[in-house]
Structures are given as C-alpha cells and as structure tokens.
Design a protein around this ligand. Structure first.
Ligand SMILES: CC(C)(COP(=O)(O)OP(=O)(O)OC[C@H]1O[C@@H](n2cnc3c(N)ncnc32)[C@H](O)[C@@H]1OP(=O)(O)O)[C@@H](O)C(=O)NCCC(=O)NCCS
Length: 292
C-alpha cells in the first residue's frame, strides 16, 4: 500500500512530486526484501493528468535511483546477475506498455514495479513471481503460510511448456535465495476467470493455465476494465462500459469476441484467485499449517 504522504502529495499536483518521490523512495528502502503485505499490495497512485514530461517520468527517476540499492540486495541474496537484470528490465517493459496506452513516454499508476524494486518480485522465464503471505483459509492452506504469487507478463504466448519451466525454476529459486518455506503458488487475475471456459477451446493456453489452479470459492471484483487494458490496450475512466465502447473494439481473436459477447449479454467478467501446492503432490496438512 502506498504511504499516505506519497499518495496525497502525488494527487495534489506536480509541484509536490519531489516530496512524493522522496516518500516512495523511503518506503522501498524500508521494505527492501519484504514480501507483499498480507492482504495484498495496493500499488502507488497515478501521476495526475497534466503533469507534463517531468511528472510523467517521476517514477522512472525514482526507480533508477533505487537501482543500486536493489542490485546490492540481489547480490547479498546470491541472485544471479542475469535474473537481477532481467527482473529490473520490467521497467522498460512497463514504459513500453505505458507509451502504447497513453501515447506518451513515462509511467502511470504503479503496482508491479514497486515490488520489483523492493526485491520481492522476480522474472523467471515466461512467468514472474513474488513472495507473498497467505491471507485466506482454504484447507489445507492457512493464513500466515508463505506462498509464491504468479504473474503473467505481456509478451508472447503462454505455452504450457514455458509455464512448466517457470514454475520449476520458482520452486528452487525462492527456497534457495530466501528464508521462506513457500507451500503453494497463487494467482489472482482476469485470466483465472473460469467463465472463459464457455468461450475458449479446452486446449487454449489460458484454459490450460487456469486449470493448474484450484479456485477460491468467491469471485473477486469485476475485471471488465482490466481486460480492456490487457487485451485491448484501452483506457476507460467511466464506471460502466457502454455499448458504444464495445462497438469500437477489434473482434479479431476468440478472446476479443468473447469479451464483447459476454458484456453485450449484460454479464461481467470476474477476477479470480487460485492456488496449487508448490510440489503438486498431496500435501500433509502439517506442511501447510501456519508456516511462516
Ligand atoms: C496471457 C496471454 C499471453 C495468453 O495468450 P495465448 O497464449 O495466445 O492464449 P490462448 O491460447 O488461450 O488464446 C486463446 C484465444 O484468445 C486470444 N487471445 C489471448 N490473449 C489475447 C490478448 N491479450 N489479446 C487478444 N487476443 C488474445 C488468442 O489469440 C486466441 O484466439 P484465436 O484462436 O482466435 O487466435 C495473453 O492473454 C497476454 O499476453 N495477456 C497480457 C498479460 C496479462 O493479461 N497478464 C495478466 C495480468 S493480471
């Protein structure tokens, strides 16, 4: 979660950007090496509209200033240089994505990069992962156990073989470089929505990816806007997505067509959370109980 000082000073205008960046910098240093907070990380606020080139690059300068600190942290944990630099390269990927969404360079609202630069998040092949603490009960998982949170960066397809390789790397990476004893992989995303199975073929990568996980019973928030961002690279500020917006969306792929069909029928997409045991074998309950 962003510290209150950081959030309010960024929102109150570009003149306060310097103080905001100092607060965010301090937050990262204090949390260097800490996993995601229990209950999740809320991210840092968006740079306000009209901040100009300097404001839009506020977070970029911040991350560049943090780089020597996180590099020292990685080295102290024995993390190989190639993983360290690939992980920090998420900064470039996010700037590319921002440019395609906003038509201007810089960075906007921030979620993954603060975790990258505090040393909690690592790119391991196709997938990325960060250290998390379980905050729910879904037997045998118990709150307080450590887990590995799965991210799906943009770029290329999601082949099962690439995912297998990434999960295998994560299984050894986190116990080797951290003192955690993770018991499960977690994932929360629009692409975990089991409603997709009504639209996509069984053999599609998305369906095969989500079938690795056991879903928590309660659906999360609607992900209609998230999909607009990740699938269509469109920004949308209004609460609902109007039919006039749907009319403008490309309909080139099965997923794009599914998105529009479902919303036109008056239904929504949901973010879902799922997990599977780290070693994909029946787990002894004692293995999961309150492990920290
Ligand atoms: C995750 C991702 C790589 C999956 O792509 P994939 O490997 O092609 O997935 P599938 O095989 O299941 O695709 C099934 C269908 O959906 C389409 N599709 C999948 N992801 C799509 C996307 N982001 N945009 C448009 N169409 C997409 C595919 O083209 C395919 O349709 P087609 O057979 O008509 O061509 C892709 O969705 C992506 O890059 N997403 C952005 C990252 C993201 O959302 N991360 C999660 C953040 S919470």
């Amino acid at each position: 979660m962003a510290p209150p000082g950081c959030s309010s000073s960024i929102r109150s205008g570009p003149g306060r950007n310097c103080r905001a960046s100092t607060t965010c910098f301090a937050e990262v240093l204090v949390n260097l090496g800490a996993p995601q907070p229990v209950g999740g990380f809320r991210g840092w606020p968006a740079v306000p509209d009209g901040s100009g080139a300097v404001g839009r690059h506020l977070y970029v300068w911040l991350y560049l200033t943090m780089t020597p600190h996180v590099r020292r942290y990685h080295a102290a944990r024995g993390i190989p240089d190639v993983i360290s630099w690939t992980t920090l390269g998420e900064l470039g990927a996010e700037m590319t994505s921002t440019r395609s969404m906003y038509g201007a360079s810089g960075l906007q609202w921030q979620w993954a990069l603060p975790l990258v630069f505090r040393g909690a998040f690592y790119r391991l092949g196709r997938l990325a992962f960060d250290r998390a603490t379980i905050s729910f009960t879904d037997p045998p998982l118990q709150p307080g156990a450590s887990a590995i949170y799965t991210h799906i960066p943009e770029g290329g397809r999601l082949s099962p073989a690439d995912c297998d390789e990434s999960f295998a790397r994560a299984r050894t990476f986190f116990p080797r470089h951290f003192d955690d004893n993770p018991v499960a992989f977690l994932c929360s995303s629009w692409l975990m929505d089991d409603q997709l199975a009504a639209y996509l073929p069984e053999e599609s990568n998305l369906i095969r990816f989500q079938r690795r996980f056991r879903l928590l019973p309660n659906p999360g928030d609607t992900s209609d806007k998230t999909i607009l961002d990740f699938v269509f690279h469109r920004l949308h500020d209004e609460r609902d997505i109007q039919p006039s917006v749907l009319d403008t969306l490309p309909q080139d792929t099965t997923l794009q067509r599914a998105y529009v069909t479902r919303l036109r029928a008056g239904h929504h997409w949901r973010s879902r959370t799922g997990w599977f045991p780290l070693h994909n074998r029946p787990a002894a309950p004692a293995e999961f109980a309150g492990i920290r």
